[in-house]
Write a protein that binds this ligand. Structure first.
Ligand SMILES: NC(=O)c1ccc[n+]([C@@H]2O[C@H](COP(=O)([O-])OP(=O)(O)OC[C@H]3O[C@@H](n4cnc5c(N)ncnc54)[C@H](O)[C@@H]3O)[C@@H](O)[C@H]2O)c1
Ligand SMILES: O=C(O)C[C@H](O)C(=O)O
Ligand SMILES: [Mn+2]
Length: 565
């Protein structure tokens, strides 16, 4: 077990001079002590002042706050990460609420769209199609010996912003920043990877600054063989690694998960992580509405990775609560581009199949029998208690839809989860207004509190960031061999158990973002315990799980240095 984080008291290094300063994980900038400056030949390379990490943090925050756009702040923070990683995480951890929207959603979306323009230093690995034969050689670099977690994307469905090609690298970098920032996993254990199989984004392909492989996307067998080469090289290099799939488009997401989840320790965050936070937030909302899970009717706009992932975890929870599978599946109304999923419809995927409504159940719903059943008809006839948006379509929760829903339920639970902010199915302000303040709202991207009748309504950020860092920490702590769906159920319950609504029905649904460190530890513990129940990790009692988790959590602070060897 690799508990490198807190057990280390001194860092030994053979680097010195510029090499030391130019190594982001070792650089301390002006905080190198006088003794370290002697030992590592740093005099003259640094100004004479010897500073502290707090002083450095203040200096960076002052500049950060002076920028006029969040995109500039994103670029500035990325540069800090690639210059002095300890300082980057120190600032992030101590200002999580302010900085999370800058290093992660929503600003990371712009970061991906403009990744080529702000390209400076390499981070992680770009595995491009023309380098297919070199993947093993690239992974072999000894600097990656300690890697334990990989986040990989092929950049095809970046948030709700579509194909960003190699610019999609912003997402694995951002996700792994949260593994460290929220779950304390040491940066050296993490590796962001972008599979560059081309892009169909014209703007990127024709941009002279584009950093990726200038080629349309590889598809079909060639794509599958490339991914196979990648995964088998990963298994060979790091047999126990945790591999997180992120922002893969359409059918690739679930197909690759099914193909590989039995071969290594792996999960898809958009399917499974999202399911856990949506379920966790709904369980918290039940504390407020009092409507048990068995009586919920759930409408989902967007029956893709997230929509099907959320539905299948909720279905599982309903079955656990005593419903039959058939009964539970009829509580779901999944609406995609062509309307409500109904039996006999063309192109139903295997992930969607459990949720198609029978023809009988929807008899008389559409005025015109030939047309598809839209979200409004679903609101009118199914009278859902919950409305979830994972369609990437801004404004798709229209006033009509929301007002109709609110006619039938006292406290409508409405989660427009699409990211970034510009893709949200509705703004919280609209939802609060259209429901006269009755809606319980959770959004994928962060939104400011909404003023309503003299009070301020806090808006919860229902984002998988509450889940995946803790899943990673739990998996690493007990050395889980596989990631099961019940581990995500345990994560959902752990989040719900931390909901302020447990004590106060008028409180927000989720703990605030600045408590993500505590949330991640709680999720990690639940996941680590469930991994044992599921037989994918060796036995280890609760106290030992706590000890291992604690040992893994790295605090971003400078340690004294000594010469190696
Ligand atoms: N809050 C979170 O934690 C979280 C997590 C995952 C995904 N998301 C967001 O959810 C969105 C979808 O992600 P995904 O991975 O499921 O993508 P996806 O491409 O797998 O699924 C999107 C689905 O929406 C459907 N769709 C498109 N236009 C539609 C319309 N007008 N009406 C109904 N359906 C429509 C598509 O056909 C597709 O099936 C993205 O915007 C993403 O940012 C949020
Ligand atoms: O990245 C996020 O903010 C959440 C989610 O994984 C998404 O794809 O939108
Ligand atoms: Mn994602």
């Amino acid at each position: 077990m690799q508990d490198i984080a807190n057990t280390q008291a001194v860092i030994k290094t053979s680097l010195s001079g510029y090499e030391l300063i130019n190594t982001p994980m070792l650089n301390k900038g002006m905080a190198f002590t006088a003794h370290e400056r002697d030992m590592f030949r740093l005099h003259g390379l640094l100004p004479p002042h010897v500073g502290t990490i707090d002083e450095q943090a203040d200096r960076r925050l002052k500049i950060l706050r002076a920028f006029s756009t969040d995109f500039e702040r994103y670029a500035f923070l990325r540069d800090l990460q690639d210059t002095n990683e300890t300082l980057f995480y120190h600032v992030l951890v101590h200002h999580l609420e302010e900085l999370l929207p800058l290093v992660y959603t929503p600003t990371v979306g712009e970061g991906c769209q403009h990744f080529s323009e702000i390209w400076r230093k390499p981070r992680g690995l770009f595995l491009s199609y023309p380098n297919k034969q070199r993947i093993r050689e690239i992974l072999a670099d000894p600097r990656f010996d300690r890697v334990r977690v990989i986040v990989v994307s092929d950049g095809e469905r970046i948030l709700g912003l579509g194909d960003q090609g190699a610019g999609g690298m912003g997402i694995p970098i951002g996700k792994l920043s949260l593994y460290t920032g929220c779950a304390g996993i040491h940066p050296e254990l993490t590796l962001p990877i972008l599979l560059d199989v081309g892009t169909n984004n014209r703007e990127r392909l024709t941009n002279p600054l584009y950093i990726g492989w200038r080629h349309e996307r590889i598809v079909g067998t060639e794509y599958d063989e490339f991914v196979e080469e990648f995964v088998s090289a990963v298994i060979e290099r790091w047999p126990d690694v945790l591999l997180q799939w992120e922002d893969f488009a359409g059918s690739n997401a679930s197909r690759l998960l099914q193909k590989y989840r039995g071969r290594l320790c792996t999960f898809n965050d958009d399917i499974q992580g999202t399911a856990a936070i949506a379920a966790g937030t709904l369980l918290a909302a039940i504390n407020v509405t009092g409507i048990p899970l068995q009586e919920q009717r759930i409408a989902v706009l967007g029956a893709g990775s997230a929509g099907c992932g959320i539905s299948s975890l909720l279905l599982r929870a309903m079955v656990d609560a005593g419903m039959s599978e058939e009964q539970a599946s009829q509580a779901f109304f999944l609406v995609d581009r062509n309307g409500l999923l109904v039996e006999g419809m063309e192109g139903i995927t295997s992930a969607q199949a459990p949720f198609v409504q029978s023809r009988d159940a929807i008899k008389g719903w559409d005025d015109d029998a030939s047309s598809h059943i839209g979200l409004l008809e679903v609101m009118r006839h199914a009278k859902p208690t919950v409305l979830i948006g994972v369609s990437g379509q801004a404004g798709a929760f229209s006033e009509d839809v929301v007002r109709t829903m609110a006619q039938h339920v006292e406290r409508p639970v409405i989660f427009p989860l699409s990211n970034p902010t510009s893709r949200s199915e509705a703004t919280p302000q609209q939802l609060i207004e259209w429901t006269e303040g009755r809606a319980l709202v959770g959004t994928g991207s962060p939104f400011a509190p909404v003023p309503w009748q003299g009070r301020s309504v806090h808006i919860d950020q229902t984002n998988n960031s509450y889940v995946f860092p803790g899943v990673g920490l739990g998996v690493l702590a007990v050395g889980a061999k596989r990631v099961t769906d019940t581990m995500f159920m345990a994560a959902a319950k752990a989040v719900a158990a931390m909901s302020p609504t447990v004590k106060d029905k008028t409180a927000s649904l989720l703990p605030p973002v600045d408590q993500l460190r505590e949330v991640s530890v709680a999720v990690a513990k639940a996941v680590a315990m469930q991994a044992q129940v599921d037989g994918v990790a060796g036995a280890c009692d609760e106290a030992e799980v706590d000890r291992r988790i604690e040992a893994f959590v790295w605090e971003p602070k400078y340690l004294p240095y000594a010469l190696a060897g």
